[in-house]
Design a binder for this molecule. Structure first.
Ligand code: TYD
Ligand code: MG
Length: 432
């Protein structure tokens, strides 16, 4: 360890000269993080400067309005998700699984806005290869393959936009921890945040998600940046969904939908079509539902397979639906409709690798299971949505009008909702 750093507990603030697995102060485990110690005669006075770079307080009415200065990324899907474009001086964390398309997305955006691409993962030649594949000439992009935070800070000057790929590879010589350690990530991110706030240069930081599904050093980074975006999707499927987990400059419910192509990412203005494009009609076990992604209705297909089980405890496997929700819905079908699912394995899959987090899909999940169990298809012009309660009743969900409108627009002439069906019994009659 260097003499200028110490270890500080992130829970209670206990400071020690060495690292402890268990904090001697509060007894919490794994909370000690290496931190640079404040030194009074520090050679860099800017380290002690605050975020704003502002000399004195100013009137709120005189504060510059950010809206008109937002940078357009070239993707209206991206701009909508961040609230209308990239805000000058903002720091955005783009998180996602490795290989999902984070670098690709940001290279596209850089090619539109222009700026600096800092790569700690790939060499300039590798990035060139990728750019070529994407049809990006790169006249307005500078590449800097570097991992030392101080070197990176020193070259950032008047760039329109800076991309850091990725925070896990960046480290400082001031700290002894390895790149990717919580202390290093936090320190590097602090430097970038300060730089963005003092220069007005927007910075987008890429962060890989760890196996446990968390952005490394997640809490620390989320608090420091203005916006947290999450790019998700199944690696071997084309659809990519960009979500906001936090946004100081816009709403958090918006999502953007993209498709990964041979030559880069393509934004999808009409997302229902990509999620329904491979649908096979009039086959038992398939039902279309309408979910909301932000303020936008999205039609997707729910597939179910009910097969006699060879196991003492039959399997319940949900891909894109919550496991506990699936258990519950199966139990409701069994109890309220007397369907003997207790000896059946049940698999449920959501098309396009989407994950459903709202109960509006309950009805379609129940219908798909029932349809597969009875081996009878549901009319392919049906779109069903509604929450299913423990009594087998169908409950209303938010944005019904919008969902119905979208279903109609895409040719689903039969809409099943809490308004057209009261309980699962009414539905059962349709699958005979
Ligand atoms: P990448 O942007 O490198 O992912 P991340 O930065 O999130 O780790 O993209 C990874 C995958 O995308 C890679 O396996 C190849 C694929 N890909 C395409 O299908 N088309 C393309 O045009 C590009 C550039 C990549
Ligand atoms: Mg990458």
């Amino acid at each position: 360890m260097k003499s200028r750093s110490s270890f500080v507990c992130q829970q209670c603030g206990y400071e020690a000269a060495q690292w402890y697995g268990k904090c001697p102060g509060c007894g919490e485990w794994n909370t000690m993080v290496e931190t640079l110690r404040e030194i009074s005669n520090h050679k860099s006075p800017s380290l002690r400067q605050g975020f704003g770079g502002q000399a004195k307080p100013q009137k709120l009415s005189d504060v510059k309005h950010i809206e008109k200065n937002r940078l357009k990324s070239g993707f209206s899907e991206f701009d909508r998700v961040v609230g209308g474009g990239i805000v000058p001086g903002s720091v955005t964390l783009l998180a996602g699984d490795p290989g999902i398309g984070k670098s690709t997305l940001l290279l596209h955006i850089l090619s539109r806005i222009g700026g600096l691409y800092v790569s700690g993962e790939e060499s300039a030649e590798q990035i060139k290869l990728r750019a070529k594949r994407m049809g990006v000439g790169g006249e307005n992009i500078s590449i800097y393959a570097e991992t030392i935070v101080e070197n990176i800070i020193s070259v950032i000057n008047a760039d329109k936009l800076v991309v850091i790929d990725s925070i896990q590879t960046i480290s400082s010589d001031e700290l002894s921890g390895m790149a990717g350690s919580v202390g290093q990530i936090r320190y590097a991110a602090e430097q970038f945040v300060r730089l963005a706030k003092t220069t007005g240069i927007p910075i987008i930081i890429i962060g890989h998600v760890t196996k446990e599904g968390e952005i490394a050093g997640p809490k620390i980074l989320e608090h420091m940046v203005d916006t947290v975006l999450y790019l998700e999707g199944e690696r071997y499927q084309d659809a990519r969904i960009l979500r906001t987990l936090k946004n100081r400059f816009g709403a958090v419910e918006e999502v953007g939908i993209f498709e990964m192509r041979e030559n880069g990412l393509l934004e999808i203005a009409n997302p229902s079509e990509i999620f329904l494009k491979d649908r096979v009609k009039n086959v038992p076990g398939s039902v279309v539902t309408v979910i909301m992604e932000g303020s936008r209705p999205l039609l997707i297909e729910i597939q179910a397979l009910a097969v006699p089980s060879q196991l003492a405890i039959p399997r319940r496997v949900g891909n894109g639906v919550d496991y506990n929700r699936l258990q519950l819905l199966t139990a409701v079908l069994q109890k309220r409709l007397g369907v003997p699912l207790g000896t059946f394995d049940i698999f449920v899959n959501v098309s396009g690798g989407l994950k459903i987090s709202e109960p509006a899909a309950d009805l379609a999940v129940c219908m798909a299971i029932l349809s597969s169990f009875k081996n009878k298809p549901v009319d392919s012009k049906t779109a069903a949505f509604g929450e299913v309660g423990l009594l087998g009743e169908i409950r209303g969900v938010g944005y019904e009008e919008r969902r119905i409108k979208e279903a109609k627009r895409l040719g689903f002439t039969l809409q099943l909702t809490s308004k057209t069906a009261r309980s699962l019994r009414d539905i059962q009659k349709l699958i005979k």
